[in-house]
Every structure is written in structure tokens, then in C-alpha cells.
Design a protein around this ligand. Sequence first.
Ligand SMILES: Cc1cc2nc3c(=O)[nH]c(=O)nc-3n(C[C@H](O)[C@H](O)[C@H](O)COP(=O)(O)OP(=O)(O)OC[C@H]3O[C@@H](n4cnc5c(N)ncnc54)[C@H](O)[C@@H]3O)c2cc1C
Length: 272
Amino acid sequence: MTVNVKTYARLADAAGALSSERGARFLGGGTLLMRAINEADPEVETIVRSTDPSFLHLTVSSGRVELGAGVTMAALLAERELAFLHPAARAVGGPAIREAATVGGNLFAPAPYGDFATALLALDATVTLAGGAGQREQPLDEFLGRRDRGASLVSMVAFKRPPADAFRFLKVTRVHPKGISILSIAAQLPTASGRVAGARIAYGAMNRTPVRAKAAERALEGRALDAAGIAPALAVATDGTAPVDDAIASAWWRSEILPVHLRRLLLGESKV
Ligand SMILES: Cc1cc2nc3c(=O)[nH]c(=O)nc-3n(C[C@H](O)[C@H](O)[C@H](O)COP(=O)(O)OP(=O)(O)OC[C@H]3O[C@@H](n4cnc5c(N)ncnc54)[C@H](O)[C@@H]3O)c2cc1C
């Protein structure tokens, strides 16, 4: 089977090509897509790629972080201003995978992959979708819920920089340091006068895509991050989750251990 490769200088043109051809797939770092092609996946007929420099754009200011969808995990790890995100970037595969794996590709990676997307969800990120008619911004939460409905080209993700020490991430795996997730948890836990104010918690591998733990977020509001304060959140930790059985873990096991690891994360006892 021959696979066509089409390269565009502008993301908008690549987006047009992607949406006009059913068998077209956009190439990020290729860690999943090239594997599918090597396995002769009949659904992939055309690879669409772009040399648009904005795809690799990375800016960090005091208030906002913007990551072009083509930014790799390795590039993130080289950016000292993004140290709070390094545990999540480091959670994606081993060093060779991280050299190629992109932020955009992680948003499309099927569970139990998607560790970095889980972190972005807890950061309340937005995605920018490129299109022939211009760009469109969408909350990541909404984007993930509709991910499989059409061929959209993600050009950028952006989020407000969290307050110092407010962001936490952990990944539970059987094989250290680079095994695939049993689950991952990311949380943004701003506090005011020692009480949680506006928590965002996201789980990876606890559903088809990374999901927000909205019941746990609500239960944490106004509470202290101590054993008594987090108890109501732990009681509803699995609400809204629908994990699957796979080669890494059973759905039952994922649900059993989620509250244990959420507890460690909230109490600041977890190591990545
Ligand atoms: C050995 C191995 C270990 C891995 N370990 C992990 C892990 O621990 N954690 C984890 O999260 N993932 C892991 N992965 C999965 C994968 O490497 C990462 O999820 C990576 O971030 C995917 O990005 P990519 O750029 O390589 O995607 P690609 O392979 O380029 O693309 C994946 C899919 O996303 C689409 N796509 C890519 N970019 C865009 C875009 N900008 N807009 C629209 N569609 C796009 C592609 O068309 C394709 O369908 C692993 C993979 C392998 C092979």
C-alpha cells in the first residue's frame, strides 16, 4: 500500500487537506502514527505535515503559557520556566519517545496513553484548532469529549500559569521509570488562607480520554489539604470515571487504587 505525504508551509492549508480527505492523518512526532503505518493500517492513506514555524512556538510569560502543538516533550524538559510541568513531560515514554512525542499528539493518544494531556486538563488549557477559515479556540475538556468526531488540526494549547507550588502530577505504573500508565492524576490546587479555592483535578487512563474529577473538585472547595479536609473528596474520587480492562490493569484495579493515589497527591506525599 502506498501512503502519500503532503507537506504544507501553512498550518491552515494542512488543516484544509486534513479535513478534505477521509484517509488523511496529521503527523506530529509520529510515535503512534508511524507505528500504525508500519503495521499497514488500511485507514491511513495520506500523511499531512506542516513546516509552519508557529507549530513549534513556545512562550512562557508570568501570566500565560503557549505551546505550539509540535513542541516535543524533550523541548519542554529543556525549558526551565516550565519546571512545574516537567514531571508530566517526563512521564511520557523513555528518552527516545520524548524526543519525538509532541504536545498535540498526546491529546489524541488513546488511553492508557495521554499523561501530558491529563496535566493540561488540570491546568484548564484551551486548544486552538487551525482551519481554512481561521483559528478557533476551545476548552480542552470540550475538545477531548468530541475528539473522535472529525479531523481537526490542533495548532496550539495555552493555559494560565498556575500559582507557585499549586500544580501536582503523579503517574502510577508497574515498570519504572518509563512504563505505561495504570493511571495518572494531575491537580491544580490554589489556596486562599489555607483553604482550597478553585481546584482542578484530572485523571488519565480512568476513561477513554483524560477526564476532570468534578465531584472531587467540588468536595475539596474551601477545605484544608489535610487528612480530614480531603476525606469528602476521596469518598467521591471515582465518580464520573469509566476505566477499561487492558493489558496494563483491570478496570477494577484502577478504581481500587485511584483514591489511594489521590490521597497521596493531595497530601503532598507522592513521588512521580
Ligand atoms: C514505546 C512507547 C511508549 C509510550 N509511552 C507513553 C507514555 O508513557 N505516556 C503517554 O502519554 N504516551 C506514551 N506513548 C504514546 C505517544 O508516544 C505519546 O502519546 C505522544 O505524545 C504522541 O505524540 P506524537 O506527536 O508522537 O503523535 P503522532 O504519532 O504523530 O500522532 C498520534 C495521533 O494524533 C494525531 N495528531 C498528532 N498531532 C496532531 C495535531 N497537532 N493535530 C491533529 N492531530 C494530530 C495523528 O494524526 C495521530 O492520529 C508511547 C508510545 C510508544 C511507542
